[in-house]
Design a binder for this molecule. Structure first.
Ligand code: PLP
Length: 618
């Protein structure tokens, strides 16, 4: 639950209360109240604290004036304001030039021993929150609690504030209430008179004690305790693990026992960082896309993975894995590839280290992706066609696994995304996590804060996304958006939207969400983008989807292509078609003008030129 401290009046006292970091501070604009706020200004408080104006049947002009003067982010309506009044207020607010946030409207209802919840219904659309206060002589600030059991019958799912006479003596009651089903939609505790030395003057030490005693309830421990990283057994929630043929066990087990140890060695880190800097060209810029931001009326930053050597994020992982292979004494590298991007990234690092490189690729893909096949050959790799099945990525993967079983001692298998048996998803994620590590300091430099409001990435298997999210997974104020390929449309049968269409199953050695028929056959995925054309997602993303930590969106071929063209024209950057899927979300999701949205620009569009040319008949 959050905390709102209401009835603030005195400048210095406001500053002191703000240091306790409540989520809301309330200012009463009602002349008949002993706590009426009549100072000219509210002192500057931390941006994360929402300033809330409290009104009793005030005119819209009066409310708007106060919002304007004091930069209020929320209003709390204590009188007989109608649902229409709430709507009017919202509309008037939206027209303000100075309105960076949608206004939060909190509508108050007073309860004693019973309450007719049907009165809430007309407000469901117009109010953002309800607030339940004690029915008494005054509109608020009466100083005693109502019977919280009444809330057992709360019929709504709208989050509400619990108010009325809450003080230090209620701590145990609150703890009990928090475990009770009535508290399911309790969003915040609202405190006021019980913490006062005199009306409007809050006692800091008692507030502090209250907050400390309720830290478990207030800090949303449940939210924080959710772990989005892999556990010791290789699981993200119920997804992950290592489902492998017995013959592979020694290889995978060797890697599992060593990967964290190796990655922790100072010498390893030094070499990895040096190659990322001097060979890959990191840090990749975090670029504020001005014209794109103007177009969508929000602040968009692009993390320029397209500027890496070989044109995408994939090289971060292959550099890490080739160093790992060397530490483990391996001399031969194998990989699978679909569109050839991962094959090229692997052939590149093998050339760099002088290691033998064999890339398995479906026969059909070899024909479709001639330029990448040529690149791999130039780099000294042997490209072996997979001739079985549909002769695409899935079959190439099977061939690679077969090779690994036959060459367990000298060979390392470089998997190209955050997929495969444990420890691959975690290892790949850690190598890619350099992306969010850089975003943190780069955003701090440019915006003065490390955390954006959203991080966004496209998902094939999920490696650029995992790297972009990694350092934000446990920051609840950072929204995570994952973008999948809808192909010709989710219901078209030609799609790769795994989070929507997928069911739990096992693919490439891990338990995750994958697209399959009712009898468990893996469905051929489809997307115009070769890199998103994968029937599963990495287990981390399956977990993020299942827990609701990430918002999953699916984007069709045509929306993606348009977004790719748009970025080219607006910013002079031709993105990979995979990346274009992420860019297309701005047409479907509205962000606030003040939101900072960081998007992984996973790759450049050179490889897709032919595709763009044919699509747009350029
Ligand atoms: C391969 C690729 C992807 C998809 O792979 P993930 O592992 O999901 O990141 C996305 N963008 C580009 C440019 C790619 O080459």
């Amino acid at each position: 639950m959050r905390l709102k401290v209401c009835g603030m009046k005195y400048q210095e006292n406001i500053e002191q209360v703000a240091t306790l970091q409540p989520d809301y501070l309330g200012f009463i604009f009602y002349e008949n109240s002993a706590r009426n706020f009549d100072s000219k200004n509210i002192p500057k408080v931390n941006k994360s604290i929402k300033k809330t104006g409290v009104f009793v049947d005030a005119s819209i002009d009066f409310v708007i004036e106060k919002i304007n003067n004091h930069n209020l982010q929320a209003v709390q309506l204590h009188g007989k304001e109608s649902p229409e009044n709430c709507n009017d207020l919202k509309h008037r607010h939206a027209e303000l030039d100075s309105a960076p946030y949608p206004l939060e409207i909190i509508k108050v209802f007073s309860i004693k021993d019973e309450f007719d919840f049907s009165v809430l219904k007309p407000y469901e659309k117009s109010a953002d929150y309800f607030l339940f206060d004690t029915k008494g002589k005054l509109p608020g600030g009466n100083g005693y609690t109502f019977n919280w059991n009444v809330l057992n019958n709360y019929p709504s799912t709208k989050p509400y504030f619990l108010s009325g006479g809450i003080g230090i003596n209620e701590i145990e009651d609150i703890k009990r209430f928090a475990k009770n089903k009535a508290s399911k939609y309790c969003y915040a505790l609202d405190v006021n008179s019980k913490f006062e030395i005199e009306p409007g003057l809050k006692n800091i030490s008692i507030l502090k004690e209250f907050k400390k005693n309720l830290s478990e309830v207030l800090e949303n421990k449940k939210e924080k305790a959710m772990n989005y990283n892999v556990n010791e057994k290789g699981y993200y929630g119920e997804f992950g693990g290592a489902f492998i043929p017995e013959m592979l066990y020694p290889n995978v087990e060797e890697l599992r026992q060593n990967y964290l140890k190796v990655m922790d060695e100072p010498e390893f880190k030094k070499e990895f960082d040096k190659l990322l800097k001097d060979y890959v060209g990191r840090p990749s810029p975090l670029y504020f896309a001005k014209r794109l931001s103007e177009k969508y009326n929000t602040k968009i930053y692009l993390k320029r993975e397209d500027l890496n050597h070989t044109g995408a994020h994939k090289i971060n992982n292959t550099i890490g894995q080739i160093l790992m292979a060397q530490r483990l004494g391996k001399t031969r590298i194998i990989a699978e590839t679909g569109a050839g991007q991962h094959g090229v990234a692997t052939a590149t690092v093998c050339a760099l280290m002088g290691l033998e490189c064999i890339v398995y690729m479906g026969e059909i893909d070899i024909a479709r992706q001639a330029p990448n096949v040529a690149r791999m050959k130039m780099l000294g790799a042997k490209v072996v066609p997979a001739l079985s099945g549909s002769r695409t990525l899935k079959d190439a993967t099977n061939e690679a696994i077969r090779d690994w079983i036959n060459n367990p001692v000298n060979t390392h298998y470089i998997i190209g995304s955050a997929i495969g048996p444990h420890p691959y998803p975690d290892m790949v994620t850690r190598f890619q996590s350099v992306i969010s590590e850089e975003i943190k300091w780069q955003l701090k430099e440019q915006e003065g804060r490390e955390n954006p409001d959203y991080v966004v990435a496209c998902i094939g298997g999920g490696s650029n996304a995992a790297g972009t999210y990694y350092h934000y997974l446990h920051e609840p104020d950072v929204g995570i958006v994952a973008v999948e390929a809808a192909g010709l449309g989710i219901d078209s049968g030609e799609s790769a939207a795994t989070s929507v269409l997928g069911k739990e199953g096992i693919i490439h050695g891990c338990k995750t969400l994958l697209m399959q028929t009712t009898d468990g056959q893996i469905t051929e995925p489809y997307s115009i983008s070769a890199g998103l054309d994968y029937p599963g997602v990495g287990p981390m993303h399956a977990h993020l989807s299942k827990t609701g930590r990430a918002e999953f969106m699916s984007i069709t071929d045509s929306d993606a292509m348009e977004a790719g063209l748009e970025l080219s024209k607006l910013e002079g950057i031709i993105p990979a078609i995979e990346t274009s899927h992420a860019l297309a979300i701005f047409k479907h999701k509205t962000f606030k003008p003040d939101d900072v949205v960081v998007m992984s620009l996973s790759g450049r569009g050179d490889k897709d030129l032919q595709n763009y040319i044919e699509y747009f008949k350029i």
